[in-house]
Design a protein around this ligand. Structure first.
Ligand code: FES
Length: 106
């Protein structure tokens, strides 16, 4: 289990209730700010290639902008079709106002 923390943004870059698409060493990642807490998932919907950064946050879920599948942001679980596969989630840490994600050891 190797950690690979990559700095992707400043905390202030992700407004509360908002999203930000970032590149973490080639991995497309979407950041979410839920009540001040940052979460990170894979950027793209598991149904087709829509960016979830363009979706709509409802509570702890993100609704895909293309066909309205919903995913639970903290766990990546599918909550509404047409997507059937869960979303990958990444560990996040915030240090000194900077956001880091762990995209795994590759
Ligand atoms: S691309 Fe997201 S639901 Fe179809």
């Amino acid at each position: 289990m190797s950690e690979r923390w990559i700095r992707v943004a400043a905390h202030g870059d992700v407004p509360e209730g908002g999203t930000l698409a970032v590149d973490a060493a080639g991995e497309p990642v979407c950041l979410f700010n839920l009540a001040g807490r940052i979460h990170a998932t894979h950027e793209y919907c598991t149904h087709e290639e829509a960016s979830l950064a363009d979706g709509y946050i409802e509570g702890e879920c993100i609704e895909c902008p293309l066909h309205q599948a919903q995913f639970h942001i903290p766990t990546g679980q599918v909550r509404a079709p047409p997507a059937t596969d869960d979303l990958r989630v990444f560990a996040v840490k915030v240090e000194g106002g900077e956001i880091f994600v762990d995209v795994g050891g590759g």
